[in-house]
Write a protein that binds this ligand. Sequence first.
Ligand SMILES: [Zn+2]
Length: 342
Amino acid sequence: MDGFNSNPEEGMNLNSNSGIPAQPVFQPQIPMTPPQAFVPQGAVKKDGPLPPFTEQQIRSFRHKAEMPIYIAMVIFNLLVVSIALIGSFLAFFDVGPLTGKSGAMINQLILGIPAEASAHIEILIVLIGLPLILMFAVYLYYAQYRANAIRITEKNFPEIYEVVEDYSRRLGLKRVPKVYLTQENGVMNAFATFILRRQYIVLLADLFEVAYLEHHDLNSIKFIIGHEMTHIRLRHSTFSYNLSILFAEYLPILSSALSRCREYSCDRVAQQLVGVSGVEPMLALIVGKHLYKKVDIEDYVQHCRETRGFFVFLVNLLSSHPIMPKRIQALLKDHGSGRLFF
Ligand SMILES: [Zn+2]
């Protein structure tokens, strides 16, 4: 569903059972706020596996605007469906205000359907057809990855599989999601997505192979996996969630704001899971898989501070992911909610 658009410690320092990094406390390289004692719940492992996150912890990691915007979009979605249903019902029986010119206008404005004599049938086709098209598309998409990807298992990249198992337990997932590894001509991305009742994760191999083989940067891979698994935990990658805002996704400002909230939420949980800042995989998205280890973070943070103004605001406003300066500043801040608009 989303690009991870989502860190790092030399060496594959996984513990035997859980994939917990050896580094116990995350110290942001260049704190954006006065340094605070940030001890990610996911970073300390002294005696045995870490306990799962509590509901309260998960709630505290979520971006503060995520649920209010989501609820507003669900209400909008319900309104659209209700108006369409009532409209088509009244149009069918040729009664009510939606059968005349005002009805034609409402149908056209809200659903983009010309309110002719058969408009009620078209509305019903859209209401039933769109979810069916969505279902068909997600199964086709899933088949494509099953047919063209390697699945991460106990035998294929077992240390990564261990991480997925451990994060599933700590996030309280009912089942361990399948993770597929495939390459897409140099595209660097990862996403969590869904079929009807299950979710899976796709990792594109480009960053994975360099981080894994060249930099031995297991923490970046773990951060990406943690971010995507959080999309599953927070139910962003479920059929029902996407259905609940299906029509509201057409609201330009609100839908992109909700998407940015989701990314901030998943970044924050991934930080807690892995115990690292998560800045390096972001830098990889900016400068690529080889160069990200060479970036001077302090200098980049200065660049982040200077990246402002109306047009920068506009780029962020229309983007499904927070622009990198805001996202990296939120990661370095290591607590609270990232900046959604300004
Ligand atoms: Zn994401």
